[in-house]
Structures are given as C-alpha cells and as structure tokens.
Design a protein around this ligand. Structure first.
Ligand SMILES: Nc1nc2c(ncn2[C@@H]2O[C@H](COP(=O)(O)OP(=O)(O)OP(=O)(O)O)[C@@H](O)[C@H]2O)c(=O)[nH]1
Length: 302
C-alpha cells in the first residue's frame, strides 16, 4: 500500500508550521512523518515541529521545488525505509517554493509504488492580504494557491477586515474548500485522505531566486535592546525572520523570534540554547547579506 502524502505550501510566514502542528495534534493516533524544508541554512521549522510528529526530517539551504528535488527523493526513501512505515507523510514546502516542482518530484518513478500525492494545502495569511492586497497579484502566491486542493486561512482573527477581497479571489480561482486554521472544524479526514488529479508537468516553475535568505549566528547571549533596535531597523526590508536567541538580561531562557511582514513577536522557547541563530528572508532586490550583517553587527559588539 502506498503512503499518502500531504503537501503544505504557502507564502513566507503564512503559518505552515503552525498549521502542521495543529494538524499533528488532532491526528488521533495516526503515525505521521514530517519533512520540513526551510529556505535558509538553519532549519528552525524542523525544531518547532519536532515534538509533535512521529519523525521529522529537515531539508535546509535551498528549496525542494528546485535545488533540493534530489534531496527530497532521498529523504522520502529514508522515511519509507523505517521499520514501521508512517500512515501519512506531511511535507512542509519552504515559503518560496512553487508547489508544482514538488508535485512533479512526488511522481518520480522510483517512488511510484511507495507513495501517492494525496492533497496540497495552501496556507494563506488572511491578515497579510488584508493589509497588502497587492499580494493577490503576486505570481508565486498565486502559483501556491492555484496548486492547492484546500485553502487554510490563517490569522483571520488578527484584523478587523472581513477579508472580502481574499474570499472573492478564492472563489474566482474556484477554491471552495476553504477553512480557517484556528477554527475548531479542521477537516482532518479530508486533509489526510483524498483523491486528486495529476499535476500538469512541464509548466514553468517560479524558483527561489527572487528571494534571499541570510543566516546570522552569535555565540552566547546578546543585549536585548540592541537586538530589538537592529530588528526594528531591518524589518522594513524583510518579509520574514525567525530564530532562537537568548539575552544577557534573561539568563537561562531562550526566545523564539518570529517576524512576518510588519508583525514581530519574541516568545520564550521551551528549550535553552546557549547560542543565537537567526534566518532573515527578503526579496533579493531589497536586501543582501552585507546590508543585513551590517545591520546586525552592532548586536554582538560588546
Ligand atoms: N494570530 C495568529 N498567528 C499565527 C497564525 N498562524 C501562524 N501565526 C504566527 O505567524 C508566525 C509565522 O508562523 P509559521 O507557522 O512559522 O509560518 P510558516 O509559514 O511556517 O513560515 P516559513 O516557514 O518561514 O515560511 C508565527 O509567529 C506564528 O505564531 C494564526 O492563525 N493566527
């Protein structure tokens, strides 16, 4: 019997990891292996999912829709070679991935008998679209939504906006299977088993080259005020940042930074990690590694 695969796609910071964690929590005893692709060289998402899934494999430093297609195949083989096969495999695509590259990989003959693409879910950040309606015209955003069988709307409760433009767009794109990620009625049965049409091979894919991912590592804790000031300065140039940091002022406690568009949060991280690591993602035309590192340099200066 082939193992069904659920692909979770969605723009940078849309809420894919959060959604997968919710799904895993409601999976009622199914054995689920997760494959998580972070665009940057540091795989924060794999760590955020680690406790909830049966097994988690992180694929980093590239994108599984293009440069890491081979790695995805090898990882799937590895997951399938476990003593006990999973009931389901969930793949979190990076936020820059065009899902068509992934669905094509899943049809590779070496996996034909072992897995079957079951469904594609696109997580859509309703708050971001309300704030930035131009996102509806973004080619990558559209490719992710168009490839999806289901749309999971995240952050629907963050703003007053009714999300009318978004809903109209989804109807126009013929996306009727829409649900809210933080709604009680997440359609687990539909998400973990469904029939789907074959993807059309040969369509041009929107690669990761539009975005750049910048890593920053620092040994030991940093100064909280300087860190916040640096993030504030860099935020307008970024689409996404995440990482684990710890501060001189809060010994023994690590914090998880999440920045999506204009929203940044810093929350206690359940594990203590002595060093700091951040991934910053932006449009390559807006930010480069040098500018980002210059912006972060002050944090580490004692
Ligand atoms: N209020 C609210 N916040 C959310 C929701 N979904 C996700 N978030 C927050 O949005 C931020 C990004 O969520 P993630 O789940 O890491 O997003 P992602 O799509 O995996 O991000 P990338 O892998 O970097 O593209 C985090 O701070 C989450 O806590 C939601 O439905 N409501």
């Amino acid at each position: 019997m082939s193992v069904p695969v659920l692909v979770v796609t969605g723009f940078l910071g849309a809420g894919k990891t959060t959604f997968i964690n919710q799904l895993l929590q409601r999976s009622e005893g199914r054995r689920i292996s997760a494959i998580v692709n972070d665009f940057g060289a540091i795989n924060i998402d794999a760590e955020l999912i680690a406790d909830a899934a049966d097994s988690v494999v992180g694929l980093k430093n590239g994108c599984i829709c293009c440069s890491l297609q081979g790695d995805l195949l090898r990882t799937l083989k590895l997951v399938l070679s476990q003593a006990v096969k999973p009931d389901h495999i969930v793949i979190e695509a990076s936020g820059v991935a065009d899902p068509r590259g992934i669905t094509e990989t899943l049809m590779d003959p070496i996996l034909w008998h072992d897995i079957r693409l079951d469904a594609v879910v696109a997580v859509v950040d309703a708050d971001e679209v309300a704030f930035n309606p131009a996102r509806l015209r973004d080619e990558l955003w559209r490719a992710q939504v168009e490839a999806a069988d289901f749309i999971a709307l995240s952050k629907t409760r963050l703003s007053e906006s009714s999300g009318e433009a978004l809903r109209a767009e989804l109807v126009w794109l013929n996306k009727t299977l829409v649900f809210e990620t933080d709604g009680e009625a997440m359609p687990i049965e539909a998400l973990l088993v469904s029939d789907r049409p074959q993807a059309q091979p040969g369509q041009a894919k929107l690669g990761a080259s539009r975005f750049t991912s910048i890593e920053w590592l620092s040994e030991g804790p940093v100064c909280l005020d300087r860190f916040q000031a640096a993030i504030d300065r860099l935020a307008p140039k970024l689409i996404r940042a995440k990482g684990i940091v710890n501060f001189i002022e809060r010994p023994g406690q690590s914090f998880l930074l999440q920045l999506v568009g204009r929203r940044a949060t810093l929350r206690p991280f359940p594990k203590f990690e002595p060093d700091c690591r951040l991934v910053l993602i932006g449009e390559a035309s807006v930010i480069d590694s040098e500018t980002a590192h210059a912006g972060l340099a002050e944090i580490s200066t004692s």
